[in-house]
Write a protein that binds this ligand. Structure first.
Ligand code: AMP
Length: 227
């Protein structure tokens, strides 16, 4: 099964992708995480991506598409993938369709996690992330048990440099101009499912799993169980 989680920055794609991947036994491919890892490791890819990310802009398609396509043939992706933060424009969506078609595969569903702009801004300004395992926290909604430390692995929590006010505004603008047209693109091919992304993490997770019922292996019921 191949699923895309679509939504604005702060919609909860990362959190929900981890949940969906675990529930449905899919590989989680998050382009933002791949870029951040490359920056931490100081690789050529990281050097190329850094300046775009700092400004809240999209990393050029050529670099992004190559990175995703290099990740996909790894055998663990055979059973399916949940894409988080990719595709982010029509060019990337078409490249993904073509790459999957070459393997006689296709995107099964695109889950659009809808959240109001006011709520997006509130979430992004309180967001903290584990430097080690990328688990996200929110200063008010979902604080860690010990401030500054990840509940899962004890790693250090940090605020993403692109979660500052100015960069957040730019990222939202980029989302509305370049990524939001994908809602139409996937609606036209009958693959889009809209899910209300407001509410608790568990509540939204349950909505997503329920929305995916009837798709691929979720139809069998056992993976479709909610928490
Ligand atoms: P994210 O963690 O998904 O919010 O992504 C953080 C940043 O990484 C974005 O603001 C972009 O600069 C870059 N990025 C992530 N995914 C993509 C993508 N599919 N295309 C281009 N740039 C991306």
């Amino acid at each position: 099964m191949y699923i895309i989680l679509l939504g604005a920055p702060g919609a909860g794609k990362g959190t929900q992708a981890v949940y969906v991947a675990q529930k449905l036994n899919l590989v989680h491919i998050a382009t933002g995480d791949l870029f951040r890892q490359a920056i931490e490791q100081g690789t050529e890819l990281g050097i190329q991506a850094k300046s775009y990310m700092e400004k809240g802009m999209l990393v050029p398609d050529k670099i992004t598409i190559r990175m995703v396509l290099e990740r996909m043939p790894v055998p663990d992706c055979e059973s399916g993938v949940v894409f988080d933060g990719f595709p982010r424009n029509l060019e990337q969506a078409r490249a993904l369709d073509e790459a999957l078609a070459k393997q006689t595969k296709a995107i099964d569903r695109v889950v659009y996690i809808k959240v109001s702009e006011e709520e997006l801004l509130r979430r992004l300004s309180g967001r903290w992330i584990c430097r080690n395992c990328q688990t996200p926290y929110h200063a008010i909604d979902s604080p860690p048990k010990i401030w500054g430390k990840c509940d899962q692995c004890g790693g250090e929590l940090y605020q993403r440099p692109d979660d500052t006010d100015e960069t957040v505004k730019k990222r939202l603008q980029v989302y509305f101009t370049q990524t939001a047209p994908l809602i139409d693109y996937y609606t036209r091919v009958g693959k889009l499912i809209e899910v209300n992304g407001e509410g608790g993490i568990d509540e939204v997770g349950r909505r997503i799993i329920v929305a995916l019922r009837g798709v691929g292996r979720v139809a069998s019921g056992e993976e479709g169980e909610t928490r």
